[in-house]
Design a protein around this ligand. Structure first.
Ligand code: HEM
Length: 414
């Protein structure tokens, strides 16, 4: 039994511990069993210490219950937030960090632009980009290729850039700037956040230029659709359009890149599952659901702030607390998934929470699924001999706790 006063006695996990990147699953299994409400320390995700939920049912609760606010300023803004330059605040104040009614309004407007039809229409283009990228690495013969830099990152970056109408030169600049911005901002230190200001300024200038171009010359791309989206006389303000383009570029590429990289490794480490997929291509959609569960490229969504005292499993978390819902733990919950640590490409049902749940359910889930299905299906089909070119223990994860993915994945394809 624990209560608010005993919060200090709850177990604390340091999310910067290297094992929480490489193999957090034994730790999560223990917490799900013995301490489903525990404490986590994370400069990046919590700015310090907060609560951590690890069971599937509790992560669902966090995404469903309005007492868990997505707005980090809902209980008063931090010193850092108050003192950030305006353009910097703009880039970090996307709908991910908003509650209703503001969130519902933004989501309704973006839904008008980012439609399932628009995603479906990308199928041929995704197939073309995948074929082109794989032809290029294939031509390297027996050389080592870095799957992350040469396939996993360029695919989603090209797809979302094509949808937004971001040209070749801008998309690479965007990628470099965004990576720098995320790492600096993500480190959780005020000094790093301030160092990210020039990057934010450059990003802002690129976004402004893109929006201006489309305002002057509308096309059938996503930026024009965002500019035109309106409902009952309401539409996105110029700042909101820029925040949305930034969010789509950011959420739309490194997440899917990590899915592709981590899935390739999972299949290399489970050759019998790769063979199963090769033998039965119709299994691809279900296989990708399992890879989404198994690799969980976004280990947890944004931290939530409690608008009230909330009791979970006998522990009362006080109003104002920060809480993380660990999707990577929920996706291994043995009360929901049979033999959760096994990769089973035929798993059905598969109630993974990889795209979260409820109001903030991932806007890009269909696009990510489509890219994953085409890229992973083709990788497995074309490169049955694909294997690691370095010892497994040499692989390094990116130092960003909000995303789980490799810095590089050196492979031999032939
Ligand atoms: C495998 C790839 C992906 C994963 C695992 C993923 C995961 C997630 C998760 C967990 C959330 C919820 C965050 C929270 O509640 O705090 C989210 C939200 C979001 N995702 Fe994704 N995502 C992926 C790909 C994409 C793509 C390709 C796009 C866009 C092109 C995208 C756009 C968004 C947006 C805009 C939101 C915010 C939704 C809202 O606040 O209403 N995501 N994603």
């Amino acid at each position: 039994m624990t209560d608010t006063a005993a919060a200090g006695q709850l177990e604390t996990t340091d999310l910067a511990d290297p094992v929480m990147f490489s193999n957090p699953y034994p730790r999560f299994a223990e917490l799900r069993r013995n301490a489903p409400v525990s404490r986590a320390f994370s400069k990046q995700l919590l700015g310090g210490t907060g609560y951590m939920l690890t069971r599937h049912e509790h992560v669902l609760l966090l995404h469903n219950d309005v007492r868990f606010s997505s707005d980090p300023t809902s209980q008063g803004s931090s010193f850092l937030m108050r003192h950030l330059p305006r353009m910097f605040r703009l880039l970090t104040s996307s709908m991910v960090y908003k509650d209703d009614p503001d969130h519902a309004r933004l989501r309704r407007l973006v839904n008008k632009a980012f439609t399932p039809r628009m995603v479906q229409q990308m199928t041929g283009e995704i197939e073309r980009i995948v074929a082109e990228l794989l032809d290029k690495v294939d031509a390297r013969g027996s050389e080592t290729v870095d799957l992350v830099a040469e396939v996993a990152v360029p695919l989603p970056l090209s797809v979302i850039s094509t949808m937004l109408g971001v040209g070749d030169q801008d998309r690479n600049e965007f990628h470099v700037l965004m990576e720098r911005f995320v790492v600096r901002l993500g480190s959780g230190s005020a000094a790093d956040a301030m160092r990210a200001v020039p990057t934010a300024r450059k990003l802002y200038a690129v976004l402004e230029r893109l929006a201006e171009q489309r305002r002057a010359q509308p096309d059938d791309g996503l930026i024009s659709a965002l500019l035109a989206a309106s409902e009952d006389g309401d539409s996105l303000s110029p700042d909101e359009v820029m925040a949305m383009i930034f969010l789509l570029m950011l959420a739309g590429h490194d997440t899917t890149a990590n899915l592709i990289g981590s899935s390739a490794l999972a299949l290399i480490e489970h050759p019998e599952q790769a063979e199963r997929l090769r033998a039965d291509p119709a299994l691809t959609p279900r296989a990708v659901e399992e890879l989404l569960r198994f690799t969980t490229p976004v280990p947890c969504g944004a931290s939530r702030t409690l608008l009230d005292d909330v009791e979970v499993d006998g522990t009362t978390m006080p109003k104002g607390s920060k809480v993380l819902g660990m999707i990577n733990s929920a996706n291994r919950d043995e009360t929901v998934f049979e033999r959760p640590d096994e990769l089973n490409l035929g798993r059905d049902p598969n109630r993974h929470l990889t795209f979260a749940f409820g109001k903030h359910f991932c806007l890009g889930n269909q696009l990510a699924r489509l890219e994953g299905q085409i890229a992973i299906g083709e990788l497995v089909r074309r490169f049955p001999a694909m294997r690691l070119a370095v010892p497994r223990e040499d692989l390094r994860y990116k130092p960003v706790q909000a995303l789980r993915g490799f810095r590089s994945l050196p492979l031999r394809l032939r």
